[in-house]
Design a protein around this ligand. Structure first.
Ligand code: BGP
Length: 464
């Protein structure tokens, strides 16, 4: 029996603000990400997103490289501030043309475009009215969604709503989607995003009925740190606020009573209108896309133990009285401290499929590393090959377990700028020749993993 379906979508991912650069070209208006590096909370000594990998001016060459690797699919995000100029919804025609040209070029190379509607780059005109923290956000996202579906709907088969909706609530200030001086109720913010997502799904059904649409959160299995029953309570708690609440709302149409009750225990609540309840009930997705980097291990915290943690999308998520994430000493780590857990990937795939029984697409997975460009133009990233080999083997086992999978689009197709750790944390199959502050020539170099992935796709993963 084949390990992967015949038409499996092998490819890779990027996001607009981390990849395109050209923040002042093509009629793009400003976004919060353009100046994230100027915020006091942004780590010192690393680049921001103004130039990124200059994909905006290299897109044809970049698609050619993807085609050479044999990509069947490419997951990228459309930049909201490239498409809409202001809160009146004025359209930037140049932005529409840029993505239409990109999509056509992908089709020319037989690559299926998988479009993320929104990947962190909130336009300034939205931030000025409160960003993701107000109800107004859902109205603005609806205006934007309609423009996307009307302009690209005839070509796009797979839409992804909001990248890592859960990370807006859990690590919003670290990834820059919430300004560090803005006071927020993370759960109300999450609710606005859930409603925005639901409205987009409803609109998609209306405007492009033959397209498929799904959410794209960051999901990972949560292990209890020990066999102490209380650590298992912490596991259930963190599982809920890290994973299931975001998928329950879109797949089941409501929040779990345990979640709502948990909020009350923390002295929090979310305001949900009757109209919103109806929208949330009627916006089921066609598939689940999710990003997976590693697993999480938790214990029941004491007040003292909560003080020490470094926090981002993969580490340090903790909640007083609920659970505290701790290091898993059974797992190796990347150079940037993220735990590596290929078997956890199989576990996560099984849990998600078992719970919702919808086809799954992996929209991110990968290893950030300080790759070195050798004098002969080569990049020997065997650690990346090893990372992928192990994860893809586990994905094959998950498929053999019975998980239904559509595709695998790891992070990232080509080097780009990390959310909060600069360009030196590289993820691509292709090296982009620039440093944190020296833009050099932005030349593209194929890493060893490029040739490895090409071979794997050619064999539809059978050689893994
Ligand atoms: C995800 C985001 C991506 C991406 C990736 C790697 O959370 O969706 O945008 O960058 O993580 O994370 P980082 O860039 O922080 O290394």
């Amino acid at each position: 029996m084949n390990k992967f379906p015949k038409d499996f979508l092998w490819g890779a991912s990027t996001s607009a603000y981390q990849f395109e650069g050209a923040i002042k070209q093509g009629g793009k208006v400003s976004s919060i990400m353009d100046r994230f590096d100027e915020q006091p909370s942004y780590p010192k000594g690393i680049t921001g997103f103004k130039e990124a990998s200059d994909h905006y001016n290299h897109w044809k060459e970049d698609v050619k490289l993807m085609s050479e690797m044999g990509f069947k699919s490419y997951r990228f995000s459309i930049s909201w501030p490239r498409i809409i100029k202001n809160k009146e919804g004025e359209i930037n025609k140049e932005g529409i043309k840029f993505y239409n040209d990109l999509i056509d070029e992908l089709f020319k190379h037989k690559i299926e475009p998988i479009v993320t509607m929104f990947h962190f780059d909130i336009p300034d005109f939205i931030q000025e009215i409160g960003g993701v923290c107000t109800n107004e956000f859902t109205k603005q996202f609806e205006i934007y969604s309609e423009v996307l579906f009307k302009n690209f709907g005839s070509k796009i088969k797979y839409w992804l709503t909001i990248n890592e909706l859960n990370m807006f609530a859990l690590a919003g200030q670290i990834i820059g989607v919430v300004p560090s001086d803005q006071k927020i109720n993370s759960w109300q913010l999450m609710h606005h995003l859930n409603v925005a997502q639901a409205k987009a799904i409803v609109l998609c059904r209306k405007i492009c009925p033959s397209a498929k649409i799904g959410p794209a959160p960051n999901i990972s299995t949560v292990y209890p740190d020990s066999n102490k029953p209380l650590d298992y309570v912490a596991k259930l708690n963190l599982d809920m606020v890290r994973n299931w609440v975001y998928l329950d709302i879109v797949c089941r149409g409501e929040y779990s009573p345990i979640f709502i009750n948990g909020l009350k225990k923390m002295g929090l609540e979310i305001t949900i209108t009757e109209e919103e309840k109806q929208i949330l009930k009627n916006s089921k997705p066609d598939f689940i896309a999710f990003n997976y980097y590693s697993t999480m291990t938790v214990k029941m915290p004491t007040e003292e133990s909560l003080k020490n943690t470094k926090k981002d999308q993969q580490q340090g998520l903790s909640m007083p009285g609920f659970g505290e994430s701790v290091k898993n000493d059974k797992l190796e780590k990347t150079q940037f401290g993220w735990e590596i857990d290929p078997v956890g990937f199989r576990n996560t795939l099984r849990e998600v499929y078992d719970r919702y029984q919808l086809p799954i697409m992996i929209t991110e997975n990968g290893i950030g590393a300080r790759d070195v460009l050798e004098e002969d133009g080569k990049i020997h990233d065997n650690y990346r090959i090893e990372y992928y080999e192990k994860h893809i083997q586990q994905m094959a086992l998950a498929i053999a377990d019975g998980v239904e999978m559509i595709g695998y689009m790891p992070w990232s197709a080509i080097d780009l700028v990390s959310t909060h750790e600069g360009i030196s944390k590289r993820y691509g199959f292709v090296y982009v020749n620039r440093d944190e502050f020296d833009l050099k020539d932005m030349k593209r170099y194929k890493k060893d993993s490029f040739h490895w992935y090409k071979e794997l796709i050619k064999n539809n993963g059978e050689n893994i």
